[in-house]
Design a protein. Structure first.
Length: 104
């Protein structure tokens, strides 16, 4: 039997937890791209709203795209335009919460 002494850092098989992390990141720091959201969500120790702190790998970006697409379809976040000087289709759209959360 193998005992693992390290913590799992990701949201593997936990898409709802990733969506909650995306909402909490956009609540504290609106106007982020999907690449910045992925870097914030997969930060070591939990989601922290510090864009640019960590560069996400391809699988982290893909799961963040999926979570953002689901949140867009349900109407919880909205597309707020495109980042300047960036031409990629998926990674440089700016997202923010569609309406303020309860208690604000």
């Amino acid at each position: 039997m193998i005992f693992r002494t390290y913590r799992r850092k990701g949201f593997s098989y936990r898409p709802r937890a990733l969506r909650r992390a995306v909402l909490s990141i956009l609540e504290s720091r609106p106007g982020l791209t999907t690449k910045e959201i992925a870097g914030c969500a997969y930060c070591f120790g939990g989601p922290i709203a510090r864009p640019g702190w960590r560069i996400p790998n391809e699988s982290e970006l893909q799961s963040t795209y999926r979570a953002v697409r689901h949140l867009l379809a349900t109407g919880k976040i909205k597309n707020d335009g495109r980042a300047r000087r960036m031409r990629a289709l998926r990674t440089h759209k700016i997202y923010m919460l569609a309406k303020p959360r309860a208690g604000q």
